[in-house]
Design a protein. Structure first.
Ligand SMILES: [Fe+2]
Length: 281
């Protein structure tokens, strides 16, 4: 009791934990990044097995929302989370055809009747909506700009929210690193140009949210990566050689993930039968 008197916030928190069905006020969920008054609900979520980030973005006014790079294993969590926040998920945006995990957009479509999957047209994958460089997507009062950033794969897309000075870079740019370029039409020269022409040209204060992190980081900025990224600060020639010399292992799940992600997360029976063998490689 004494604690509650001394710490009214603690009492509020205890009440919320004790009554999970209680609706949180929208005001408490808002994170205002930009000074123009346009507010955003923003959550970053993590998939432990593949170090993948999933992002939930919502408009506090209309409650319309999108999810970026959902994973099929965590669809229950994502649906629960967005429902708790009264959000109406409109779109599931894939930054690219992933090789290391199966997208959650297929499962989300089964759970949410009005939900649409989105991916770049260049990716060649199945989806409800295809985007190209320069296209915009809207949810509530929010606008997402699509920037083609090929190199990790041919169809990689970076999603930018100018009102909130944020960009979601997928695997094109990771924190102090970048996605590999040795499979899925990967091309080091293209990745270098994509980062320098489409991401490093954003204002320096923009926050960059990657598709993965393996070091425990969660966010970076354009300014930081322009100075501190050990790969992308190299000359183009040295970068290409660096990527060539990486000699990375073959991704464990690529033979399941890529065919499934080309079909919006639909895992074929053949892939399921072969999965044990692949996982044991
Ligand atoms: Fe990837």
């Amino acid at each position: 009791m004494l604690k509650h008197k001394l710490f009214p916030q603690l009492k509020l928190l205890c009440n919320q934990i004790g009554r999970p069905t209680q609706r949180l006020s929208q005001k408490s969920l808002v994170r205002q990044v930009h000074s123009n008054g346009n507010k955003l609900i923003f959550r970053q979520m993590f998939h432990n097995e593949t170090y993948t980030f999933t992002y939930l973005l919502g408009c506090p006014v209309t409650k319309e929302a999108v999810i970026i790079d959902p994973v099929n294993d965590t669809v229950d969590r994502d649906v629960k989370y967005s429902t708790e926040m009264d959000l109406n998920l409109l779109y599931g945006l894939n930054t690219h055809v992933h090789a290391d995990h199966v997208t959650g957009t297929g499962k989300l479509k089964e759970r949410l009747p009005n939900f649409q999957s989105v991916i770049s047209k260049v990716s060649g994958a199945k989806a409800d909506k295809f985007v190209e460089h320069g296209d915009t997507l809207k949810f509530g009062k929010q606008v997402i700009e699509c920037r083609a950033t090929p190199g990790h794969t041919a169809g990689c897309m970076t999603y930018v929210l100018p009102d909130h000075a944020m960009a979601f870079t997928g695997d094109t740019l990771l924190i102090r690193a970048c996605g590999r370029t040795d499979f899925q039409q990967g091309n080091s020269e293209k990745l270098y140009d994509s980062v320098h022409n489409q991401i490093f040209t954003l204002p320096e204060h923009y926050q960059l949210y990657p598709g993965h992190d393996y070091m425990g980081f969660s966010v970076t900025t354009v300014a930081e990566e322009k100075i501190l990224n050990p790969r992308l600060t190299l000359s183009k020639e040295k970068f290409v050689q660096f990527m060539k010399d990486l000699n990375l292992a073959y991704p464990k799940l690529i033979d399941i993930s890529v065919p499934a992600n080309l079909k919006c997360g639909e895992i074929s029976r053949q892939a399921m039968l072969g999965s044990e063998e692949i996982l044991n490689k």
